[in-house]
Ligand binder design. Structure first.
Ligand code: DGJ
Length: 380
């Protein structure tokens, strides 16, 4: 009798374990819902990006607290084999307790992205850094490095970028006309826009380096890496080439859509063309996404209207782009990753992941309450 009771007990324990495992395991995406990690806790990786390495995806993002958008912990890392189920791998880059450190607790660390350098075998993280107590005026790019995907990442440096270099697509005339910000104070006037277009802020920041706020990284098929960031007071995007070890800027960069107010760049490449989805600049509030297309990373980028279609399209489904993940093993399968920010309770921010669809050769985003990767096998 005793033996029978023990067997029943064991059986119930196993059923319970299987049930728990099953209830944690997901096989679809539900954009905008709470997304639990392996511990049953809502994923805390905002403004994030993903790197794929040796059969696993690694998702890096901003750790957010309940009351503050400041970096009180650092950059988080989660891993997954299937993109649905994520294991919390802890803090990849820790903020520092030393008040003199550029990444001291209370600084602002946003939009971290990691890429893998095949030559150096290092994982390289870039992020937008703002110095503690100085609002958003620093506009620094931070760099950290690790031998392992999950970290710990060692902080290397942070500063503005490409000091002393003019963009390669800035004309000789514009380089010569040393425009001064004190001559263009009326930002609502056409003269001001013309001056911005002609490189007003490039001139202002030529010595100290260009501002680098919202950002992403992109590694091309030839292994060349690029840092794409909102510069010039968030008015103009830059695409900047990185050195072979990915640790610094080479000084070669272009300006895109001057005075176009683009933030939150996210990129992918299909059939030799580069596509970039961005947002406008409205703080934590959502706005309509934009699309930029080019034949070459350093080439001419042409701006197109909002790629979102249907209800909620004019606010990018109440979200802001952060990254585009190529799905491994599927052709032309890209996932648009975006954040639904909750500035009053930042930790509660939700993730909007949607498949990129193509209509007439152009990328299109449509809302879906629930979807799975097999969507790419049979897009509707
Ligand atoms: C919008 C940016 O995209 C975010 O990363 C963050 O910097 C907020 N602005 C701050 O208002």
């Amino acid at each position: 009798m005793k033996k029978r009771n023990i067997s029943i007990l064991l059986f119930l324990i196993i059923i319970n374990c299987l049930f728990t495992l099953h209830s944690f395991s997901q096989n679809h995406f539900t954009p905008g819902e709470i997304w639990k990690d392996n511990n049953g806790v809502h994923i805390n990786a905002h403004g994030g990006g993903i790197v794929y390495h040796n059969g696993k995806y690694y998702w890096f993002g901003e750790h957010k607290g309940e009351n503050s958008n400041a970096a009180l912990v650092g950059v988080t890392c989660y891993s997954s084999k299937d993109l649905y189920n994520w294991k919390n791998e802890g803090i990849a880059l820790n903020v520092e307790n030393d008040e003199n450190s550029l990444i001291t607790k209370g600084s602002i660390i946003e939009r971290p992205k990691v890429i893998y350098n095949k030559k150096t075998k290092k994982f390289v993280m870039y992020f937008h850094l703002e110095l503690k107590g100085r609002g958003y005026e620093a506009a620094y790019a931070g760099v950290a490095v690790s031998d392992k995907a999950t970290g710990p990442y060692q902080f290397v440096k942070a500063s503005r970028v490409n000091a002393g270099y003019y963009p390669i697509n800035m004309s000789k005339d514009s380089r010569r006309d040393r425009l001064k910000t004190e001559d263009y104070k009326e930002w609502w006037k056409p003269d001001w826009y013309k001056a911005v277009d002609d490189g007003l802020f490039i001139h202002r920041d030529i010595i100290g380096g260009q501002m680098a706020r919202d950002m992403t990284l992109y590694v091309d098929d030839d292994g060349k890496a690029y840092h794409i960031y909102s510069s010039e007071e968030n008015l103009t995007l830059h695409v900047a080439e990185l050195s072979d070890d990915y640790l610094s800027h080479t000084g070669k960069y272009i300006r895109i859509d001057p005075a176009g107010h683009n933030e939150a760049p996210a990129l992918f490449k299909k059939d030799g063309k580069y596509y970039m989805i961005t947002s406008g600049c409205t703080g934590w509030d959502p706005n309509a996404a934009r699309l930029l297309v080019a034949d070459n990373m350093m080439g001419e980028w042409k701006r197109y209207p909002n790629p979102c279609i249907g209800e909620g399209a004019d606010l990018t489904f109440h979200s802001q782009s952060t990254y585009i993940v190529p799905v491994q093993g599927k052709k032309d399968a890209f996932i648009f990753m975006a954040d639904r920010w909750r500035p009053k309770d930042p930790i509660d921010g939700q993730y909007i992941w949607l498949p990129i669809q193509f209509e007439n050769g152009m990328p299109v985003l449509k809302w879906m309450d629930k979807w799975a990767l097999d969507f790419f096998d049979n897009p509707k």
